[in-house]
Design a protein around this ligand. Structure first.
Ligand code: OOB
Length: 540
């Protein structure tokens, strides 16, 4: 078992097993079972390639052999940064079978994030595609190798240059028995982060497979389901709610789209007869706008899931009439808890709420600033614990003491209200984060980068309202005396530091001083109000 991962206390482990949540299955076993039951059925479609369950399992076993041959072993951490391609699944399942742990980076991460993941997780390997969306990932690998002494292998899909080519690692399967337990950590997922850098989220085979099975029941998944993965596959929403892994659990078919644009996704919906897909709110808006001018057959589509950020009721209302399918709101988090509106809920519930917890074993508390429970309909902090919600981040003892209550509830940082039927409405956030249309930016992480600039005295980053993304980021900056540094110079400074583009502030406001709270802290509330008022004025 990987060290430094707080787990559920014994009595909860027993409870979740006794209640049949955790059934003692690993991802490796799951794939083998599906290969036995659905061997000839297509598991994955990517471009012109179709891979059956039997073929996927075979390729995974070959890769296990190659991974072992280069020395990968149980509990090794492997940073994976791949686009939506079949190799993502081959690599992940091969690592699951060995008991090595994928660390799921996103394709938009750059050297600042990747170096940190490799260093912090003490990764032994980093798996990339050569190029994707015009970006050469081998340059990131070179930097990662310099910065993380633990990194022994860089494995590349495509032109590998000086690195190992993934295609050379498919070897004759070996018969060695690999000891992987269902209660082992299967992988490390990334948190959106609110205090500085992303935390790593340890998820076990048992807990994650339970979340897949429960998601599948709620979302009506079965072997006829065809799931279009348009969002980046490694994100928890398309990965597991029910996402690509839920689809494979159900014996259905995953269709991989290289990206979420209507030009990429619409033809796939028609051609592959997609039944369910998942989007973040800004994309739902783009799809709504694009639908009328593009004449594709959407008749197979039953469910459009929208989550990751708050969906406005006005946009929600347009989904069913435009796509002639059900809308499902999804309010989830990589730490665990996932809430869904149910497919048979009434229109108002689907349009106005973010659903209710998927499992009867999810425990929800809505509390005031003193951790006292508050009543129905009132807005408070959402706390949760349950059979698939972590009890602590990896190697983060100090942070865990703040992010979890002493009795194991995770402080989500979300402000919600709960109605009499147990449905949640997300009303805001008390974490220092910007939710840029589903992409999470930890203010402190970006502030620290800006503070490294010699011309900057102080900085505070807040969310500002945006019609399309819901929120964008605005950095309030106090320059050092006599500095005349401009916004674009600061933005290129951040880019040069290797920060993912989505984290670069959308707007920079130079100010002489910050407003303060009575306690002497920078008042981000006042800054948010200030920029919102300013934007209103420019609109009117
Ligand atoms: C999903 O996961 P993360 O880890 O990227 O972000 C979690 C946070 C939540 O705590 C909340 O602040 C926000 O994203 N969020 C929503 C939301 N869904 C997520 N805020 C308002 N409305 C929603 N529907 O984003 C995620 C993971 C699994 C399934 C779906 C989303």
């Amino acid at each position: 078992m990987l060290k430094d991962c707080p787990l559920w206390p014994k009595e909860f482990q027993e409870l979740y097993r006794k209640e049949g949540c955790w059934r003692g299955e690993t991802f490796g076993e799951m794939l083998e079972k599906r290969a036995n039951s659905y061997g000839d059925c297509v598991a994955l479609t990517c471009g012109a390639r179709n891979v059956s369950y039997a073929e996927l399992d075979k390729r995974v076993n070959e890769l296990v052999s190659g991974f072992l041959a280069i020395g990968l072993k149980k509990n090794d951490r492997v940073v994976i940064q791949l686009p939506n391609i079949i190799e993502f699944f081959e690599v992940c399942f091969a690592l699951f079978k060995i008991g090595a742990l994928p660390v799921f980076a996103l394709p938009t991460h750059r050297s600042s994030e990747i170096n940190y993941f490799c260093q912090f997780a003490e990764a032994t390997a980093y798996v990339i595609a050569d190029k994707h969306a015009g970006f050469d990932y081998r340059s990131l690998a070179r930097q990662a190798k310099q910065s993380a002494p633990s990194l022994k292998h860089v494995i590349v899909v495509g032109d590998s240059q000086e690195f190992v080519n993934l295609s050379t690692l498919y070897r004759k399967p070996i018969q060695k028995k690999l000891e992987v337990s269902p209660s082992d950590i299967a992988f490390l997922q990334l948190s959106g982060g609110s205090t500085g850098l992303s935390k790593l989220i340890p998820r076990t085979h048992d807990d994650y497979i339970y979340s897949l099975r429960t998601s599948n029941e709620v979302c009506g998944m079965n072997e006829k389901s065809v799931y279009l993965c348009a969002l980046p596959v490694a994100h928890n929403f398309p990965l597991s709610s029910p996402g690509v892994l839920g689809t494979l659990y159900a014996g259905g078919r995953v269709v991989l789209s290289p990206g979420p644009s209507p030009d990429q996704a619409f033809p796939l919906i028609e051609k592959e007869r997609v039944t369910i897909t998942a989007l973040v709110p800004p994309l739902a808006l783009v799809w709504l706008e694009a639908k009328s001018s593009r004449h594709y057959d959407f008749s197979s589509l039953r469910v459009m899931q929208v989550g990751g950020a708050k969906l406005s009721a006005e946009v929600a209302r347009r989904i069913k009439p435009t796509f002639d399918c059900l809308l499902q709101q999804v309010f989830g988090m990589a730490e665990g808890l996932v809430n869904y509106t149910r497919l048979d809920d009434d229109e108002e519930t689907i349009i106005f709420t973010q659903g209710k917890p998927m499992s009867p074993y999810d425990e929800i508390r809505v509390v005031d600033d003193n951790d006292e429970d508050i009543g129905i309909g009132k807005v408070g902090h959402l706390l949760t614990r349950g059979p698939y919600t972590i009890r602590g981040y990896y190697k983060a003892e100090e942070h865990n003491a703040k992010a979890f209550t002493t009795d194991g509830f995770y402080r989500t940082g979300d402000l919600v209200s709960v109605d009499s039927k147990g449905y949640l409405t997300v009303e805001g956030r008390d974490k220092d984060q910007i939710n840029r249309g589903g992409e999470k930016v930890a203010a402190e992480e970006v502030e620290n980068h800006l503070l490294a600039h010699a011309d900057i005295h102080d900085v505070a980053i807040v969310a500002m309202p945006d019609q399309y993304l819901g929120e964008r980021s605005c950095a309030f900056v106090i320059r050092r005396p006599h500095s005349t540094i401009a916004s674009n110079e600061l933005k290129s400074f951040l880019k040069k530091r290797g920060l993912a583009t989505f984290k670069i502030p959308d707007r920079i406001e130079f100010v002489e001083e910050f407003p303060y709270t009575p306690l002497g802290k920078v008042s981000k509330n006042k800054l948010r109000q200030q920029i919102a008022d300013q934007l209103m004025k420019t609109v009117n």
